[in-house]
Write a protein of this length. Structure first.
Ligand SMILES: [Zn+2]
Length: 354
């Protein structure tokens, strides 16, 4: 192994420690008002692989009394899909955090894993008595590992693997949510059969990454959010979704380094944000963070210089929402910001995700 490889294989926790310092020391530039794609090489070796994620979850499960690790099904290629559960009292309000419906959007998974570790420490002492937390940290493990039945030769990332939006059958898992459960792709079917059907879920945040060039008011966004927009969503469910968004918006804006826009998303029930709200009355929020972990279009993928603050943005999102649900303050969240929150636009004119 040469020196370069050793440097690139630095552990994620080590990288996060370095990134945390840089976030504090350069709050505004961290968001990256510079050239869109010029954020360093696109390097996947710092990301958890599916196997290292499973090891991590098993280690936390062994350490944490309150945590239960469950397998909810298998991907097309047969990988077990994991759910980390914290259910202290079935009567508590329950929130689900879902990451990587799209396999090339992995920093939210890295943040979710770090958050799981926090739940086993004093950082979140007392919270678990008043809120139930479900985390699915990598729904589309085949896409995340590039183990798919189509070519990824034109994808850009270095680091031993490619990551793709689609599942192994080249299906977009976030367009499956209006189907009968029996007709869904394996990964979404597992989500419906063994999570949505099995637990009474009050809130869900569906975590994604978009391109790097979205902006509002002339400033690149660190992320964009959206509540359900399908006309069949119950008014109360929508109102509580907006409150969930309010907690996230204000916690990120208060950090000083975050800049949040409104996502310009579709109203179809085939999208998770809408489908779960219509079918199960779950108050949902889409969070689209900046920059994908791999893509064939350069402006979509984010170099590793910005990884630290995007992981931090995920942790802040998860931490602030479980606290607001646990202490009931989410009930009083001010939703009026939604009326003036600018809808993001793309500098390249071609970016979208969800
Ligand atoms: Zn996505």
């Amino acid at each position: 192994m040469n020196l370069k490889k050793k440097v690139l294989s630095v552990s994620l926790s080590g990288l996060m420690a370095i990134s945390a310092i840089s976030v504090v020391s350069s709050p505004v530039s961290a968001v990256g008002n510079g050239p869109g794609a010029g954020n360093g090489s696109i390097q996947t070796s710092i990301l958890h692989t599916y196997d290292s994620m499973v090891d991590y979850l098993k280690t936390q499960d062994a350490k944490q009394e309150a945590m239960q690790l469950e397998i909810i099904g298998q991907t097309v290629k047969g990988r077990d899909i994991y759910l980390a559960k914290y259910i202290s009292n079935p009567d508590n309000p329950t929130i689900l955090f879902l990451t990587q419906q799209h396999g090339n959007e992995q920093l939210t998974t890295e943040g979710a894993l770090e958050f799981i570790k926090h739940l086993g420490t004093n950082k979140t002492k007392g919270i678990l008595e008043n809120v139930n937390i479900l985390v699915i940290p990598m729904l589309n493990a085949d896409g995340a590992m590039g183990d798919v039945n189509f070519s990824l030769d034109n994808y850009l990332a270095d680091g031993g693997r490619h990551l793709t939006r689609y599942n192994a059958n080249e299906i977009d898992l976030n367009r499956e949510h209006d189907k009968p459960i029996g007709s869904m792709q394996a990964e979404v079917k597992a989500l419906y059969e063994n999570v949505f059907e099995k637990y009474k879920i009050d809130y869900m945040i569906d975590l994604h990454h978009q391109g790097t060039l979205s902006e509002t008011e002339g400033e690149l966004v660190s992320g964009s959010i959206l509540h359900p927009t399908n006309s069949n969503v119950d008014a109360d469910v929508l109102e509580r979704s907006k409150k969930l968004g309010s907690v996230v918006y204000h916690s990120i804006e208060n950090t000083g380094w975050g800049h949040i826009g409104k996502y310009d998303g579709g109203s179809g029930q085939n999208i998770g944000r809408n489908g779960a709200a219509v079918r199960y009355g779950i108050s949902t929020l889409l969070f689209e963070m900046r920059g994908m972990s791999d893509h064939y279009i350069e402006s979509y993928a984010l170099g590793q210089k910005s990884n630290g603050y995007l992981i931090k943005q995920t942790i802040t999102t998860l931490d602030s929402t479980v606290r607001a649900i646990a202490d009931g303050s989410i009930e009083n969240a001010d939703v009026s910001f939604w009326d003036t929150l600018p809808t993001q636009k793309s500098r390249s004119g071609e970016e979208s995700d969800e």
